[in-house]
Design a protein around this ligand. Structure first.
Ligand code: HEC
Length: 119
């Protein structure tokens, strides 16, 4: 028992340090998710990363994300966030390419959480 306590005393400060350094590493790289809009933030991300397969003429997998109304369909059924977050049960997108960087996923998620306005 005493040995376990000693071990805890040794480990706890280490854990503390670990979280401190993580804060240092990631705390400064801020991701601005306020004032995200469809036209300035979401649309360019979808155009750059998704239109290659999901504009109206490509329509891969029968999925068209071109235009607010069609993108909105995938917002409302949860597939947009499921796909870009690589949530189990959804096809991970963009297909066969690296996942979007975390900040861009957060921006799209913030827009969805705000009711996905056509702004
Ligand atoms: C290289 C082509 C390609 C790219 C790039 C791509 N997709 Fe897809 N997407 C597909 C195909 C093909 C399907 C049909 C399902 C499958 O084959 O996985 C699909 C299916 C989907 C679906 C339906 C989800 C489901 O679970 O079936 C959504 C939503 C989607 N894509 C969103 C996106 C978004 C958002 C992007 C950009 C971040 C993107 N896709 C980029 C090819 C692509």
């Amino acid at each position: 028992m005493k040995k376990h306590l000693l071990l805890l005393c040794l480990i706890l400060p280490l854990v503390g340090c670990y979280y401190d350094s993580e804060e240092l590493l990631y705390g400064t790289t801020e991701c601005a998710t306020e004032n995200v809009t469809y036209s300035a933030d979401v649309l360019p991300l979808i155009v750059d990363n998704c239109y290659g397969c999901h504009d109206a003429s490509s329509n891969f997998g029968g999925v068209t994300l071109e235009g607010y109304d069609r993108l909105r369909t995938y917002v409302d059924n949860g597939e947009l966030l499921g796909a870009i977050r690589h949530t189990p049960g959804f096809s991970p997108m963009p297909k066969n390419e690296p996942q979007l960087v975390e900040c861009n996923i957060e921006k799209i998620a913030a827009w969805v959480a705000a009711g996905a306005p056509n702004d």
